[in-house]
Design a protein around this ligand. Sequence first.
Ligand SMILES: [Ca+2]
Length: 199
Amino acid sequence: MALLIAAMGVLLGVAAAPASAGNAPVGNVPVGPVHARPVPKVPLLIDGVRLAPKEISRFDGRPLYLFVDQRTPDLLVGYTNESEAKAEVARRDAVATPMSAGQSIVIYSGDEGHDDSQAIQSGWSVNNLTAVLRGCGLFGCAGNWNDVISSALMNGNATFYADPNFGGGWLSMWGGSNWRFNMSTYGFDNITSSINVWW
Ligand SMILES: [Ca+2]
């Protein structure tokens, strides 16, 4: 009997694993006040000052508002003031090639477009990626999309937010035309909790 119970426990443990994995903060890389910010792989231009990637630690504990232009993908531009960042994005958007209807981006849970994927059309946004399940099959889902986006394929513009409801620091990827990148390049791996694919 004891053996049987032990065996059942093992079975239950195996069966329960995917559900608990789905609820756990998978890959939760906080950008809150007490945590070090992930180091991007490209140089920075923060508030107009050029910095080496590791110098992003200067801004640990406060949100950064970042964007990357596909034409200069090896430079992470950022602001400490959100209004200034929004003004810069709007300025660039004003001179951009008009978007066409039906553009979309694809988000992936793995690097280089691997693992779970989800397309999001331009004009749509998700205010809380915890609500969107991923990796679903006959036996349920592997989890949700919160804090797991590791790469994206962009045909459109998108802003990735660290917090739900388009809050916290953000990374705006601008001018996407068949552009695939890893979020880790820009220090934003496994961070996104809400997303806006804007048009
Ligand atoms: Ca997050």
